[in-house]
Write a protein that binds this ligand. Structure first.
Ligand SMILES: Nc1ncnc2c1ncn2[C@@H]1O[C@H](COP(=O)(O)OP(=O)(O)OP(=O)(O)O)[C@@H](O)[C@H]1O
Ligand SMILES: [Mg+2]
Length: 359
């Protein structure tokens, strides 16, 4: 149920792995992984980072535990990440630790690198020092920030710091990911002329849902690995309801083949647990205008896929809404990945769709 770490546990993603490892081998400095929730971004990052010296930090976790991402907190988190590295390679960690501990305000304490009380340690110093350490050893170090859009909750412009590091520190790579794709792009301001990261070369990797064939094969093989004979009609039914979102397929597989629930119960369990999860997440996003946001989501969930249909639905439910306001709310839902728009609006995640209908 956790993000995968080993290549042999990761189903497919060959192309994405190849792209990331090519980028790292070419010493590219900025790699961005996009994909909706539960599509397998963290797994892809972990497996990609395998042999590289790296820290992988979950910015969502950091934000939710502290409510803001201050510089001392981020530095502390990075230092703890270095300690994690020790498990993989003690020698590497000791070298890094020495390099880092020369920064003013840091010292080697009993539990690793510690920040002296009231010391102002800057992220740029830490990055520079790691870069120098790499230079001496001919290494490359990857700073991986999972759900990097949460770095926007800070009085520090981290996009500027990342841009500076990308420009100046040639031995570092940044691997960023985000499930709120539009929010991440906004935060990085990569489409904004004049912003620090605008026009910088970057490798972009999109993690997509599995095709029907892949999803089928994924479940089929998973069941086989667990010594359970898969039933074709059950798997087909599952794919119809859960689509190719690997996180939901994994949860179903767990309920069906590990917990041994009957098929219907396993699916029901995915909906029950999944709905709780997605509604908690969605509520955070829509709280500033909950009624209208929910009406929009319900409209799309019930099949209104054009702008005017959505407007009619929302107006009937919550009263008149100015066009510009509707555009703004729709735009936000797209940014956060709750809606997609090609020619028509749609909800990319079937569990979100179900949860919205029954909310
Ligand atoms: N390629 C894969 N093969 C097998 N299992 C996978 C694969 N990708 C993801 N999973 C499983 O799916 C679930 C979700 O994966 P993961 O946490 O990596 O996705 P994510 O996109 O980072 O999700 P979130 O948006 O919640 O952070 C996990 O249980 C993970 O083990
Ligand atoms: Mg993740």
């Amino acid at each position: 149920m956790n993000p995968k770490e080993r290549k042999e546990d990761l189903y497919d993603r060959e192309e994405e792995l190849r792209s990331i490892s090519e980028a790292l081998n070419l010493r590219e400095r900025l790699i961005i992984v996009y994909g909706i929730r539960r599509i397998g971004k963290t797994s892809l990052m972990r497996v990609s980072l395998g042999d590289y010296p790296h820290v992988l930090l979950d910015m969502r976790k950091l934000y939710f535990s502290e409510n803001t991402v201050t510089m001392p907190l981020l530095v502390k988190y990075i230092l703890e990440g270095f300690r994690e590295q020790m498990k993989a390679s003690e020698k590497l960690y000791l070298g890094l630790r020495d390099a880092i501990s020369r920064i003013k305000g840091l010292r080697i304490g009993e539990i690793g690198i510690e920040i002296e009380p009231n010391a102002k340690v800057s992220l740029t110093d830490v990055l520079s020092r790691v870069n120098d350490w790499c230079e001496e050893r001919g290494e490359r170090f990857v700073f991986a920030f999972d759900e990097a859009q949460y770095l926007r909750f800070s009085n520090i412009r981290y996009d500027g710091i990342i841009a500076w590091a990308v420009d100046n520190l040639e031995n570092l790579s940044f691997l960023l990911s985000g499930s709120e794709i539009g929010v991440l792009r906004d935060f990085l301001r990569i489409d904004e002329p004049g912003a620090p990261l605008f026009g910088r070369y970057r490798r972009e990797v999109y993690v997509d849902r599995f095709t029907e064939e892949e999803s089928f094969d994924f479940l089929h093989r998973g069941f086989r690995e667990l010594g359970v004979e898969p039933k074709v009609d059950e798997i087909e039914d599952t794919l119809k309801t859960l689509d190719g979102i690997v996180g939901w397929l994994t949860l179903y597989g767990y309920m069906r083949a590990v917990r041994k629930l009957p098929h219907e119960d396993a699916l029901a369990k995915v909906f029950e647990e999944g709905s709780k999860l997605v509604m908690e997440e969605l509520d955070k996003v829509i709280s500033p205008s909950r009624k209208r946001y929910l009406a929009i989501m319900k409209a799309v969930a019930h099949g209104s896929s054009s702008w005017s249909d959505i407007k009619a639905y929302v107006t009937a439910r919550t009263g008149p809404i100015p066009d510009s306001r509707l555009d703004e709310l729709l735009g936000n839902l797209i940014k956060y990945g709750y809606l997609e728009k090609n020619d028509e609006y749609r909800i990319p995640d079937p569990i979100v769709k179900r949860a919205v209908i029954s909310s």
